[in-house]
Design a protein around this ligand. Structure first.
Ligand code: RFL
Length: 408
């Protein structure tokens, strides 16, 4: 994959930066480069319609939204996103509300990922005139360890291999992309963690049943409720890893959600048609360093955080901000400090989120583990969150992504 291209390519093109992948990371990076008049091309395997509809994340941290705003990318988001100020744990039939905005002064924004991607594509391609090629096949990276790398792909229209010469390659192609595999094993280490549980991820055509995110901690397993829009709500149900969604017909889903999210004086769940039903195995990985030669990974390509703590898209944006600023500094002013420190700067926040995700996973899954020791420590954690304002504030800071470097 990092080979020298030997084929006889029709007149190779040249761009300072090739971005592989048009998710939140790649599109944000492309927009930052275009705003600084740094030319780039985005290569995306799917169609524009597909990426603008793909449902995924919804919870954005305030610092990430401020970062988008700084780069002129948050207009629609600020006008349309909901602001969330608290979350709620339901345990043993009781509700405990954690007012994180009251504790920290910060809040979450809820804005579905497809809307953000739609905004970012429009701004990049239609407003800033950026080059984006959809439906590309078989992307390959070449000569990454030289100062003249290149990227090739099969053109969907002609079926011919096209070559683009560049100075830098940004690997923003997510968890199932190809750029991560271009890091030779001797040059990078991948740390992995498997939580050993699955989540049935559901989207229901139903208005939210609460004004905040709800975490149900139940001996049957975790259940989650997250608003996405006034019409659509995301729910999660813990299930065995690799479970078949067909094992979860409509009636079983709603019966388990009612049970696991049930609490005295909680309003009943508003039920609706299930428009997405898929099983996610909860596992994480981190690639260190996130760079090799002229390749810089960003977002899920470099690190996966299962949706336990709603961190993945936020981290993807963090990487894109840092990489965008670093590439602009290097390519317009010859300042290479940002590129040299890129991986280390990203990984600080990444590991912070990994640690929080691991902690929260135990809160979600401990009581259903069948292990009375884990169940006991889980309940102790939950009691501390509800009894100690200091513990609640520490939780809130991690949940909102507030770090000593938040303003970066
Ligand atoms: P993406 O969004 O996966 O985009 C990668 C893009 O690369 C394309 N691609 C290729 N293009 C060219 N050549 C190839 N060989 C290619 N291979 C792939 C893909 O088509 C795609 O367009 O990665 P990026 O930009 O790093 O963004 C990461 C986020 O999408 C991800 O972390 C979040 O969705 C995770 N996540 C959440 N994150 C949050 O911060 N808050 C949340 O509330 C939240 N909820 C979630 C989530 C992820 C979920 N799933 C489905 C795993 C909820 C769920 C259910």
């Amino acid at each position: 994959m990092t080979s020298t291209p030997h084929a006889n390519f029709p007149s190779p093109q040249g761009f300072p930066v090739v971005i592989v992948g048009a998710g939140p990371a790649g599109l944000t990076l492309g927009n930052i480069l275009r705003a600084a008049s740094v030319d780039c091309v985005v290569l995306e395997a799917e169609s524009r319609e597909f990426i603008e509809r793909r449902p995924r994340a919804g919870v954005l941290e305030e610092w990430a939204v401020r970062g988008l705003e700084r780069h002129g990318l948050a207009g629609n988001l600020l006008a349309r996103a909901q602001r969330h100020t608290r979350c709620e744990f339901r345990v043993g039939g009781r509700r405990h509300r954690l007012p994180y905005t009251e504790l920290t002064g910060h809040h979450h924004f809820v804005y579905p990922q497809p809307l953000l991607v739609t905004d970012l594509v429009r701004e990049y391609a239609d407003v800033r005139g950026g080059d984006i090629r959809f439906g590309v096949r078989d992307v390959r990276l070449h000569d990454l360890d030289t100062d003249r790398p290149s990227v090739s792909y099969l053109c969907p229209e002609s079926g011919e291999r096209q070559l683009i010469r560049c100075a830098f390659v940004a690997g923003c192609d997510g968890a199932r992309g190809v750029t991560r595999a271009a890091l030779p094993p001797h040059a990078a280490r991948t740390a992995r963690h498997d939580y050993g549980v699955g989540w049935l991820a559901l989207l229901a055509e139903a208005p939210p049943s609460s004004d905040c995110v709800v975490f149900g901690v139940h001996p049957h397993g975790f259940a989650g409720h997250m608003a996405r829009s006034p019409e659509v709500t995301r729910y999660y149900l813990q299930c065995p890893p690799g479970d078949d969604p067909a094992n979860w017909p409509h009636e079983r889903v709603w019966a388990e959600l009612r049970l696991r999210l049930g609490a005295a004086d909680a309003p009943p769940l508003t039920e609706g048609r299930l428009i997405e039903k898929r099983v996610l195995d909860m596992h994480n990985y981190v690639v260190e360093p996130m760079t090799y030669g002229r390749l810089f990974l960003a977002g899920d390509a470099a690190h996966l955080t299962a949706p336990i703590a709603a961190k993945g898209m936020n981290l993807a944006l963090h990487d894109a901000f840092l990489l965008g600023d670093a590439l602009v500094a290097h390519l317009t002013r010859g300042d290479s400090e940002g590129l040299a420190g890129y991986s280390a700067a990203c990984l600080e926040r990444v590991w912070d989120c990994q640690e929080f995700s691991q902690w929260l996973s135990e809160v979600y899954h401990g009581t259903a583990s069948g292990d009375p020791y884990r169940a006991g420590t889980t309940l102790a954690r939950l009691r501390r969150l509800s009894d100690s304002p200091r513990a609640a504030t520490a939780f809130a800071e991690q949940y909102l992504g507030i770090t000593p470097h938040t303003s970066r």
